[in-house]
Design a protein. Structure first.
Length: 184
């Protein structure tokens, strides 16, 4: 990760498609190599195996914790014990895969993402030019402001985070209200 251009290497022996730029993300660890033909085929990801190992390890950790929480002998419902582990884990996954990558983009890269979104949603997107972008941490928002409207790049992720928070609060309330009464 200290010399990403060396990890990307050379695309072909005759260097038909030279490397234009490299993007390094710390979490999840990812290295994206952008070539002159990346607009057609997308970037290559030489660190994909390491990223999959990281996510598999995290999934095993969460599954083990949920299994342990469910196996505890308690009068509180199993769904409440499992929900207090699964809801934050799901929220962390949504944040790491959907929100954090957009929050860490430069202004130019974020405007490029807005343009890509506009092209992908041609019939439902605002048709004007991008005037600016806005980001906020709480509540999480990444907005593209066009001359004729505004759209959010993380609308689905924000809904998912809100649902995770609601499930977590319900599970915590169930644990608190339904806990085993203490003998006198």
């Amino acid at each position: 990760m200290t010399r990403p251009t060396e990890v990307c290497g050379q695309r072909t022996l005759d260097d038909d498609y030279p490397l234009t730029h490299v993007r390094v993300d710390a979490f999840p660890p990812r290295l994206a190599c952008y070539w002159t033909d990346s607009s057609t085929y997308g970037p290559s990801h030489p660190t994909a195996a390491g990223t999959w190992l990281l996510w598999c390890g995290a999934a095993l950790l969460v599954a083990g914790t949920v299994a342990w929480a469910i196996a505890l002998s308690s009068r509180t419902p199993r769904w409440a014990r499992a929900g207090t582990v699964l809801a934050p884990a799901t929220a962390a996954t949504i944040w790491a895969t959907g929100v954090a990558p957009l929050m860490s983009l430069s202004t130019v890269d974020l405007q490029n993402e807005c343009f890509r979104w506009q092209v992908a949603h041609l019939h439902s997107a605002p048709s004007g030019e991008i005037t600016k972008t806005q980001r906020s941490l709480l509540p999480p928002a990444v907005d593209c402001i066009f001359t004729d409207g505004t759209t959010s790049l993380i609308r689905i992720e924000t809904l998912g985070l809100s649902c995770c928070l609601a499930v977590f609060l319900i599970c915590c309330a169930a644990l608190r209200l339904l806990k085993t009464p203490t003998p006198l």
